[in-house]
Ligand binder design. Structure first.
Ligand SMILES: [Zn+2]
Length: 50
């Protein structure tokens, strides 16, 4: 999932370390993108609870 626009691009093969979002064109490092998605999820959860 793109951490910039939220586009779901499906599961990537494990050897794919980087990818470009087909919707917004952002270049992603797989690990950084995953971390950002987790961060955004955490922020949403905080805002609902807070
Ligand atoms: Zn995107």
């Amino acid at each position: 999932m793109c951490s910039t626009c939220g586009h779901k691009d499906g599961t990537k093969a494990l050897h794919i370390r980087e990818w470009d979002c087909p919707q917004c064109g952002t270049h992603h490092d797989r690990d950084v993108n995953a971390a950002l998605n987790i961060l955004h999820k955490g922020l949403k959860k905080t805002s609902i609870e807070g």
